[in-house]
Design a protein around this ligand. Structure first.
Ligand code: PLP
Length: 384
């Protein structure tokens, strides 16, 4: 049994992989995770290939496939149920574009906890007939019964973030997907704030579509995201956002033939984000090596410390204080979040401002001392 103040993996070994820790306490994983030796080496492998070989499409496409496979393993999907996109915005827009809002069923039920981009993608479908019904956020959390009250026989899609970007609240997406399915609606889950931090099994959760980018708990970079589409659904969806990599054979080069890949790669569009795929795979594989379930256990310890330590320092926590229902990302209400973020950076702590809160979001490599130091800095800055 590990000591209660330590995770059940080698924390020191993890920390040696992150050069930034020599000078800084990164508590901004809800926004951008730090670079590791592995992700840097992956980016450099691409640069070496580009510089040394000039062009090596076979190796580069193989690397994209490996990244796709790594994400599939991470979320319990099969590789051919995963599309490679450039952002969650692109993924949700592509799913929305594949739906038919011209009939009686044209309601989208989405929560106010959605990252704005997801809300925008659904609202943009109004021109094609979509009507969005919003599930409220109250006190930083969402009540699943508020979905139930809004999902009806006219509902075409239900859109739920797994983790709320503002305060880390984790929704029961299995239950939400079940509510959607019971009324014949499709479920879309934005897992950007949970992928790599909370175990995900798309088949067990019963969700239809799930998307995440890589630059938060997946330790990656912008410019690549993955979209899971449940196998039985794939052939029914033809996204209006498309391109040559969405075809049966991208290298058939027939501009007059729009054939749809039988796999989720029909949601791929243009030339894949090759360099980002190198980094994405390295990030995901480093988490796999630790195990997301073990990371999650450590996150609960860190979250508890943030909540208790924040309150002890007179700070106000937004959202639930039940660590089983949130990620490690914890939100504290402050007067001027961006000023607080800047002042904390000057003290060597990276935090993340969003609206009325400053978020402290540790990850697998964080220590309880990191949390205490970050809270001390936040309390001092907030007082000032
Ligand atoms: C939950 C969530 N969804 C979506 C996004 C944005 O995704 P993208 O920029 O890849 O479209 C973010 C970014 O912070 C996020 O936290």
């Amino acid at each position: 049994m590990p000591a209660p103040h330590l995770p059940d993996y080698d924390l020191d070994a993890c920390r040696c992989q992150i050069p930034l820790l020599a000078t800084t306490i990164p508590m901004n994983n809800c926004s951008q995770a730090p670079q590791t030796l592995a992700t840097r080496a992956a980016a450099e492998r691409y640069l070496a290939s580009w510089n040394g070989d000039g062009m090596d499409w076979d190796a580069w496409m193989a690397e994209v496939r490996l990244a796709r496979a790594a994400f599939a393993r991470l979320v319990g999907a099969d590789e051919d149920e995963i599309a490679v996109c450039s952002s969650v915005s692109e993924a949700v827009s592509a799913v929305a574009s594949a739906l038919d809002f011209s009939g009686r069923r044209r309601r989208v039920v989405a929560s106010e906890a959605e990252f704005p981009t997801v809300g925008h993608a659904w609202l943009a479908q109004a021109r094609r007939g979509a009507e969005v019904a919003w599930v409220p956020v109250q006190g930083g959390v969402v009540d699943a019964s508020d979905y139930e009250a809004r999902i009806d026989d006219d509902t075409l899609a239900v859109s739920a973030c797994h983790g709320y970007y503002l305060d880390g609240f984790v929704q029961d997406v299995r239950q939400i997907a079940e509510l959607a399915r019971a009324r014949g609606a499709l479920s879309f889950v934005d897992a950007y704030q949970t992928a790599g931090a909370v175990p995900i099994d798309v088949h067990a959760m019963g969700v239809d579509c799930l998307a995440s980018g890589c630059l938060k708990y997946l330790m990656g970079v912008p410019g690549i995201a993955f979209l899971y589409v449940r196998r039985a659904l794939i052939e029914r969806l033809e996204p209006l956002v498309t391109g040559w990599f969405g075809r049966v054979d991208p290298f058939a080069f027939d501009a007059k033939r729009l054939d749809w890949s039988p796999t989720a790669s029909r949601f791929d569009t243009g030339t894949p984000p090759v360099m980002n795929a190198y980094v994405a795979r390295a990030g995901i594989e480093s988490l796999e090596a630790l195990g997301v379930d073990r990371i999650r256990r450590w996150h609960e310890v860190l979250a508890q410390r943030l909540i208790d330590g924040g309150r002890a320092r007179g700070l106000t926590v937004l959202g639930t204080d039940d660590v089983a229902r949130k990620t490690a990302s914890t939100a504290f209400v402050v007067d001027d979040a961006h000023a607080v973020e800047r002042a904390m950076r000057a003290r060597g702590v990276l935090a993340s401002a969003r609206g009325p809160v400053i978020r402290l979001a540790p990850h697998y490599y964080s220590t309880l001392d990191d949390v205490d130091t970050a809270l001390d800095a936040l309390a001092a800055v907030a007082r000032a």
